[in-house]
Design a protein around this ligand. Structure first.
Ligand code: PFF
Ligand code: NA
Length: 445
């Protein structure tokens, strides 16, 4: 197995973490929950829960040095073989990737259409988006294929030549584009409005829903519960300071979410557009605003959607990697064969997802009242990811020798840090996730 360099690992893990979750989802969820108070709750969720689980996955990977299932077994007390069932989480990544690739396909379509022209009215923008996702099967398949093909091409080349390299190129470019957009947002009068929207809390907006949305977002944004961070960490040298590394990734991910929020809210407020537009925010509201800015607006539109593609591709490759490593090590097959299996699985599931939104093909076909696209989203983010996260906590808190974990920590940090983390992992985090899970399943409101 080739290994990441320390900086290569930080880039790749940050590349995984920074994605559509930061630039598309975080701003619209923050908008829906009214801004400042939600941001504070989110920051607390990242600090006490997200980071705790991130460190947990890193510990298992770095000390297990194998695919998800083998790493669990290797680290468990007396190497209990039963823990290999934890490997189920590698399939979560494949399911997420199938619809994530479809959404990246929409965005790729937006890169090209924004290049040609932008809609000048919200009604037109809404109709365009609606038409793309529910009618234009040919384009959807084409763009999904282009995205899936790129992801497969990158991971075929392996950890160093594929994943590390693409992150080395795309992450700085992403940073550069966001920096440019931030500079432009700074010139707008609405920037200060965006700051106060995001940082002055109105606690009346916070209810149980908002707390759970913040918690769910904290998991998704840090790529937790999918085995991604665990698998990447298995290619990290045992000597690397995993605590410092985890903190760096969380800081990068959080900063990018905040910066994306500031950019997008400045744009929205400048145009007097509502902040609570939901998922259509970047696909419907933003293009109309950009069109009001003439040629510059078009440049901004194209750069913005390119930034989303860069952020999304580096996340996409990280979703497939756990399954590759799982197949390679469990079934002793080559990387190419594993890529063929995982690649065709997520590609075909993606086709199912995109057809399920089309009026003429699959929209009538629903399971539990959800189309396939929504079902995959629900199953992964509401059930499989939280389950994997609980399992990870229970595993470390109760089925791994405490001394072993303590030794790993105290190489790098004072004992008090370990004790605090261990307390969170054993009690606080599992309880928080169980509440989240029960709520998502409709057991508690
Ligand atoms: N963290 C990514 C984002 O914020 O867009 C999404 C993600 C990547 C989730 C990788 C899960 C994963 F394994
Ligand atoms: Na993220």
């Amino acid at each position: 197995m080739t290994r990441f360099t320390r900086i290569g690992f930080i880039l790749a893990a940050a590349g995984s973490a920074v994605g559509l979750g930061n630039i598309w989802k975080f701003p619209y969820v923050t908008g829906e929950y009214g801004g400042g108070a939600f941001v504070i709750v989110y920051l607390l969720a990242i600090l006490f829960i997200g980071l705790t689980v991130f460190i947990a996955e890193t510990v298992i990977g770095q000390n297990g040095q194998a695919d998800v299932s083998t790493s669990f077994v290797n680290l468990s007390k007396s190497k209990n073989k039963n823990w290999k069932f934890a490997g189920f989480m590698v399939f979560t990544g494949l399911i997420i990737l199938s619809f994530y690739s479809v959404v990246l396909g929409w965005i790729l379509n937006y890169v090209f259409t924004s290049f040609v022209s932008l809609p000048t009215e919200a009604k037109v923008a809404g109709a365009n988006f609606e038409k793309l996702i529910s009618n234009d099967i040919g384009s959807l398949i084409l763009y999904h294929t282009l995205i899936a093909g790129s992801v497969i091409y990158i991971v075929l080349k392996g950890i160093k030549e594929g994943i590390e390299k693409i992150n080395l190129i795309l992450m700085p470019l992403l940073g550069l584009i966001l920096f440019g957009l931030l500079l432009y947002a700074l010139t707008l009068d609405s920037f200060s409005q965006a700051i106060s929207f995001m940082f002055s809390p109105d606690w009346s907006k916070i209810n149980g829903d908002a707390l759970l949305a913040a918690l769910g977002q904290a998991f998704f944004t840090l790529s937790l519960g999918v085995g991604t961070i665990l698998t990447y960490s298995a290619s990290l040298s045992k000597k690397t300071n995993f605590i410092k590394t985890s903190i760096s990734v969380a800081v990068v991910d959080t900063s990018i979410a905040i910066i994306a929020g500031l950019i997008i809210f400045s744009f929205l407020f400048e145009a007097g557009a509502p902040s609570a537009a939901g998922p259509g925010l970047v696909f419907i509201s933003l293009p109309v605003i950009f069109s009001g800015w003439g040629l510059l607006g078009q440049v901004i539109a194209v750069s913005f959607f390119v930034a989303l593609i860069f952020a999304g591709i580096t996340s996409a490759v990280s979703m497939i990697e756990p399954s590759l490593r799982f197949f390679i090590e469990r079934f002793n097959i080559t990387r190419s064969k594993a890529t063929l299996i995982s690649g065709s699985t997520f590609y075909l599931l993606g086709i199912v997802a995109l057809l399920s939104m089309s009026k003429s093909y699959g929209a009538e076909l629903t399971f539990f009242g959800k189309n396939a696209f929504d079902l995959m989203d629900f199953m992964t983010s509401s059930i499989m990811m939280p389950l994997a996260a609980i399992l990870t906590c229970i595993f470390l808190g109760y089925f791994v020798e405490k001394q072993k974990l303590q030794d790993a920590f105290t190489q790098h940090v004072p004992l008090a840090v370990f004790n605090f983390w261990y307390f969170l992992i054993k009690f606080i985090v599992p309880i928080a996730i169980i509440i989240l899970l029960l709520n998502k399943l409709g057991v508690i409101q």
